[in-house]
Design a protein around this ligand. Structure first.
Ligand SMILES: Cc1ncc(COP(=O)(O)O)c(C=O)c1O
Length: 440
């Protein structure tokens, strides 16, 4: 029967890209997901970076029930009480500066569309600066500013997009004495090129506080501050895409808090829903008043849905009640330490980076050449999965294979130890297997 379902999936589902597993999945709880053969996996991807409070947290289950007793959905113009509560909670407890007005939608891609539409309407411009290696979503506008997405085969992209090379301390485009100097030199050159090409109709700079899909790159603080200035100097807005970084993952309330930079618009998604489709975009009253006067619109079937808001509120409450922001730092330090032990034993682990519980481990053939070890990354990831550890590897030709290691913030030290043990054995076996096949 279960075999049949797997075959049916092959026959009737559109293949939508990304890593696909050789089995179907049935349930999830905390850090563990289960497949239809009853096998358990430690989920060190947090379900595509969403389940920061652990899969199927009882508070989320309760929130879904609560919403079910009241309403899942209304006409778009009927604002549910719980949406007002969530908007207040975000403004009061989580967002920096004057980010006081929010809109609630469902996915990160949608949130990027909202943010870009806001910036274009407010400034009257259309040009957008985005970072190399960025990922802001798969829909039209969002994919146009996503340089880690595959752009081939989908026709003419949105025009007016310019790229700032991403700061990458391990593989700098421009090498300087310090990481900060290199990042600033990069930016300086990119802005010169942009100013040369610009029609003078700049709208926004959009950036992830940690360039995650692009290889878990943490820009220097001075780089983010320089982006703030670059936007101001050009009358553009600064958009932070905090799909992954908001609400504790990196050990601060938001990426904005970590960098000490307040954006004009912030997008939030994955970590707000804890596994359910909830997204938000927040901006200042000044910007919102202005675009409202120009008839800003983003009414979708599911804007301001009560179910999404009930879940979002529950997730934020759990993060506060269980002190998960602080926990991300404690567990992140522990996990990083365990990975650094492996690094001492494996030449192939070239770099370990990241913040809190958003860590990147870059694989190389050797530390001198830093040649990307793609085969090793793919094989080890597969062996980890076979042994019960689900890991996400980011592979780009221009950079190494990078594991993005991001378990739920509720992960235990025992789970981390089990995961590191699986990683250790899988890496050893993969290196042996690749060496043997080379020798043969
Ligand atoms: C930083 C960032 N922004 C936006 C998105 C798009 O979110 P969604 O997949 O929910 O549309 C993602 C998804 O991976 C992301 O990582």
């Amino acid at each position: 029967m279960k075999e049949d379902l797997y075959n049916l999936a092959q026959e009737h589902l559109v293949r939508y890209g990304g890593d696909v597993f050789p089995t179907l999945f049935t349930s999830a709880k905390g850090t563990i997901v289960k497949d239809s053969q009853g096998r358990e996996y430690l989920d060190f991807t947090s379900g595509q970076m969403c389940a920061t409070i652990g899969h199927n947290h009882p508070a989320i289950v309760d929130a879904v029930h609560r919403a079910g007793e009241k309403a899942f959905h209304f006409f778009s113009g009927m604002i549910p009480e719980v949406v007002a509560e969530l908007a207040q909670t975000l403004a009061r407890d989580w967002l920096p500066g004057d980010l006081k007005r929010s809109i609630f939608i469902n996915t990160g891609s949608e949130a990027s569309e909202v943010a870009l539409r806001m910036a274009k309407m407010y400034t009257g411009g259309f040009e957008i600066l985005a970072l190399g290696g960025s990922w802001h979503g798969i829909t039209g506008g969002a994919s146009a500013v996503s340089m880690a997405s595959d752009r081939k085969g989908y026709g003419v992209p949105v025009s007016g997009i310019y790229v700032i090379p991403e700061p990458n301390a391990y593989r700098p485009y421009i090498d300087k004495a310090t990481e900060e100097e290199a990042a600033l030199a990069n930016l300086d050159l990119a802005l010169k090129m942009f100013d040369m090409q610009s029609t003078g109709r700049g709208a926004a700079i959009i950036v992830e506080p940690v360039v995650s899909a692009g290889g878990v790159l943490v820009p220097p603080k001075a780089f983010m501050q320089a982006l703030r200035k670059a936007a101001d100097d050009r009358g553009m807005l600064l958009i932070f895409d905090e799909a992954q970084t908001a609400f504790g993952r990196i050990g601060t309330r938001t990426g904005a808090e970590y960098f000490g930079v307040v954006p004009d618009i912030m997008t939030m998604s994955k970590t707000l829903g804890g596994g359910l489709p909830v997204a938000a975009v927040s901006t200042t009253a000044k910007i919102e008043d202005d675009i409202h006067s120009k008839k800003f619109a983003f009414y979708t079937s599911h804007v301001s849905d009560p179910l999404a808001a009930e879940v979002g509120l529950a997730v934020l409450n759990v993060i506060q009640r269980e002190s998960l922001v602080a926990r991300a730092n404690v567990m992140g330090t522990y996990l990083r330490g365990r990975l650094e032990e492996l690094q001492q034993r494996y030449e192939a682990i070239g770099d370990i980076r990241g913040l809190g519980l958003l860590l990147g481990v870059e694989l190389v053939t050797d530390r001198t050449s830093r040649t990307p070890a793609h085969q090793l990354g793919a094989l080890t990831t597969q062996k980890c999965f076979e042994r019960g550890l689900s890991m996400n590897i980011r592979r780009r030709p221009e950079r190494g294979s990078v594991w993005r290691i991001a378990p739920p913030l509720t992960v235990s030290t025992e789970e981390i130890d089990r995961a590191v043990d699986i990683l250790d054995r899988s890496l050893r076996d993969s290196l042996d297997e690749l060496a043997a096949s080379k020798a043969a």
